[in-house]
Ligand binder design. Structure first.
Ligand code: BGC
Length: 741
């Protein structure tokens, strides 16, 4: 049979790009010849970081469909050879990896990338990532992660695109397009995976893996959209999440994986569980053992079992007993095979031979650097930035100034820190020779507790014209299973900034972190603050370029910054409530002991902190200034099948070239359900020379105004909309339009 298969594969190799019918007939050819054991093996995924002898044995027995975490092309090819030549069905293995923000060249964390609002740049950076990864044989990436996250305590907020469904949808689609390219069977493409389906980012208290309780309406309105957008963009696979939502673990949720994803959205691809999440039904308490878990999850629509061995060890018995049907099993196998066929693995199972390596190539690094620049958000600037030519002595300090590993951020599995450009490395290399550099590192890492060297630091600071302090979070402070309850700068970093600020010299604070931190006092005491997130391999070069004005900051916050942890969750697109805050609340000192309501009123707010965030979604400064004017709606009355079209003039009113992200929000006062006060529905980056103006044409299709109506149906409702166009989620020009049925 194997020989026949090899002949068949050779014949297929002559075929050009695959038509849907070809894919189906190949899948049927394969499935027709497979035994029950072969089929069950196709649903099993293992971690390759284990005894390779054992892995080889399992491959020979046809027990492995996909292997993750092997990143050596020679090993990949040798395992592939065993699969093709020695396994009973001779079906190639699909090699996979968590390639979340870059493979070797690490890009900014996705939350940072989101700050760029630059779909095209994210797409091309993702394409570079696919080129690097396929060079060593990885054909399936577990990304993009598109969980809406409104709780910065959650460590995995770093991995997604922030709090807004519209922004997250557009950027997740960019990553899918970059990874998968125009043709999945292209040797340079790899399959993307939309994860984690669903609501994983709503973990209670920001504690990773925790229960979520997101009601149906919010699933549709807030958590589903990025996933649906990726289905529409042709994402090849989905990953079910660890959490249970409203009592049902996602991996065993038939409504979610079969009805919503497949029947309603028409997803044709494959669903993989998260790590061990099939077996996870046991600790969740909804399955007594792995056999029961296997039945629940396979029948729910989870095709591949990542690491729990539930399918491998129990499906045969379940089929024999008749408690799982052969048809259910075959459907799952078909979906796995379809992906392998579509990826071209049957024709080209081995690692492509790159004539020239793209890994860490100049073009790839340059894109990573641009993305790190565009991801950086200027939060404050009294004019100290960009650093002026007159500055002749600079003090650079702080634990993130030379943290080659930490600046890569979470999920930088393959990033080699010896390739990282740290800020101090870039500054040393680039600084003009007539500028004196003093470098001091009184805190060896962000959590360091000793303030012994602060005295010497202050002495150095007094000699400097400008101080640049790099502070933030280590790599391990965010990411999976790395949640925090305290979002202030760790260790003695705030104390270090206070010591520096007391020297009377301009203080520039650069923050590299995996999440929004609570930085009210640091913002106050600094003359300028640049938030770089974890910027990746080229972060130091990007920092230099921005600080010295070789490029101009343009990033915008993709997530709201809270004043303190007690304000969480706080996000811009919150709903209308009956007792909306006035904005002046939270000043406890002004509240009398008796009759406090005379001052407070009855509003939804805290006694001890303002109801507003520290920094709003969409906010970010530039070295230049922009002015928006003349907002006009072209067609103020639209029908369900139309788009509202509007124009706005944007002028660069400063003295240097820069880029503004023009953001359009819509809101409505009345609908059949309570609705967000405003929601981002369009944005565009516009680059303008000093003094230059442009007229932007933006549009919002009526269908993007659809929501989960009172009767739970999805669609629009006629009504009046307020359109706000601005440079952040606060303020802006206003206009109106009407949707008529
Ligand atoms: C994570 C996933 C990841 C998987 C494989 C899990 O623990 O939740 O995001 O893709 O491991 O490494």
């Amino acid at each position: 049979m194997k020989r026949l298969l090899i002949t068949l594969l050779a014949a297929f190799a002559l075929l050009p790009a695959l038509a849907q019918d070809d894919v189906e007939s190949r899948v049927e050819e394969l499935i027709f010849r497979m035994t029950l054991d072969d089929k069950i093996g196709q649903l099993h995924q293992i971690d390759g970081r284990t005894d390779l002898g054992k892995v080889c044995d399992m491959i020979r027995k046809g027990q492995i469909s996909s292997i993750m975490n092997i990143v050596d092309a020679a090993v990949i090819d040798s395992l592939q050879r065993i699969a093709l030549e020695e396994s009973p069905a001779g079906i190639p293995i699909l090699f996979s990896r968590d390639i979340v923000h870059g493979f070797k060249t690490i890009l900014p964390i996705p939350l940072g990338q989101a700050a760029s609002f630059d779909d095209a740049l994210i797409r091309s950076a993702a394409r570079n990532t696919a080129l690097e990864a396929t060079e060593i044989g990885i054909k399936w990436a577990f990304a993009p992660m598109m969980d809406i996250a409104r709780d910065p305590r959650w460590g995995r907020i770093a991995e997604g695109f922030g709090e807004d469904p519209y922004l997250a949808s557009r950027l997740a689609v960019s990553v899918v397009e970059g990874y998968q390219g125009e043709d999945l069977s292209d040797e340079l493409s790899m399959a993307a995976c939309a994860k984690h389906f669903v609501a994983y980012g709503a973990a209670e208290g920001g504690r990773d893996y925790n229960t979520t309780y997101v009601p149906l309406r919010s699933l549709y309105d807030t958590y589903f959209p990025p996933f649906k957008a990726c289905v529409d963009a042709g994402v090849a696979s989905f990953m079910s999440s660890f959490n249970d939502n409203d009592g049902v673990p996602a991996t065993g949720n038939k409504w979610l994986l079969s009805e919503v994803l497949r029947e309603d959205w028409g997803f044709q691809g494959m669903v993989v569980s998260d790590w061990g999440s099939v077996g996870g039904l046991i600790p969740h308490g909804v399955a007594g053992d792995k056999k029961e878990a296997a039945k629940i999850c396979l029948e729910a629509g989870c095709d591949m079992d990542m690491m729990s061995y539930s399918y491998l060890n129990h499906l045969k018995e379940l089929i024999a007993e008749g408690s799982v049907s052969m048809q259910t099993l075959d459907e799952a196998v078909r979906r796995v095979l379809r992906l392998k066929v579509r990826l071209g693995l049957l024709e080209k199972p081995y690692t492509r031979k790159a004539s020239e390596s793209v890994i860490y190539s100049e073009a790839v690094l340059e894109t990573a650097c641009r993305l790190a620049e565009e991801s950086s958000v200027l939060l404050k600037n009294d004019g100290v930035l960009p650093i002026a030519e007159e500055v002749k002595t600079v003090l650079v300090c702080g634990p993130m100034a030379d943290a080659a590993y930490d600046q890569l951020g979470t999920w930088a599995l393959d990033g080699d820190k010896t390739h990282t450009i740290t800020p101090i490395a870039a500054i040393r290399r680039e600084l003009p020779s007539d500028v004196k550099l003093i470098y001091a590192n009184p805190l060896s890492y962000p959590r360091a507790q000793s303030s012994d060297d602060f005295k010497a630091l202050k002495k150095a600071a007094r000699k400097a014209d400008v101080i640049i302090a790099f502070v933030g979070e280590e790599q391990m402070m965010s990411g999976e299973a790395h949640s925090l309850s305290n979002l202030h700068l760790q260790g003695q970093q705030s104390e270090m900034l206070e010591a520096l600020a007391s020297c009377g010299k301009p203080l520039v604070t650069v923050i590299m972190a995996g999440r929004p931190l609570v930085i009210g006092s640091e913002l106050e005491l600094s003359n300028a603050v640049l938030y770089m997130w974890h910027p990746g391999t080229m972060g130091g070069q990007a920092a230099y370029n921005l600080l010295w004005g070789l490029s101009n900051p343009s990033g915008k916050l993709p997530v709201t910054f809270p004043r303190n942890e007690g304000q969480i969750p706080i996000y811009y697109n919150h709903k209308h409530t009956s007792h909306i805050a006035k904005g002046t609340e939270g000043n406890l000192d002004s509240v009398p002991r008796e009759k406090p309501q005379s001052v407070m009123g009855h509003t939804s707010s805290y006694l001890d902190v303002a109801p507003t965030p520290l920094l709003p979604f969409g906010f970010g400064l530039s070295y230049t200034t922009f002015e928006l004017s003349n907002l006009r709606v072209d067609n103020p009355v639209i029908s369900d099948s139309e788009a509202v079209v509007f124009y706005v003039d944007v002028k660069n009113t400063g003295d240097r070239e820069g880029c503004e992200v023009v953001q359009a929000y819509v809101g409505r006062k009345t609908a059949s359900t309570t609705r967000p006060m405003k929601e981002l529905k369009a944005y565009e980056r516009v680059s303008l020379k000093a003094g230059e103006s442009k007229t932007l044409r933006l549009e919002i299709p009526a269908e993007s105004l659809a929501f989960c109506r009172k009767d739970m149906s999805w669609g629009t409702e006629p009504g009046n909309y307020v359109l706000t166009v601005g440079t952040s989620s606060e303020g802006g020009l206003r206009s109106y339009f009407k949707l008529e049925k």
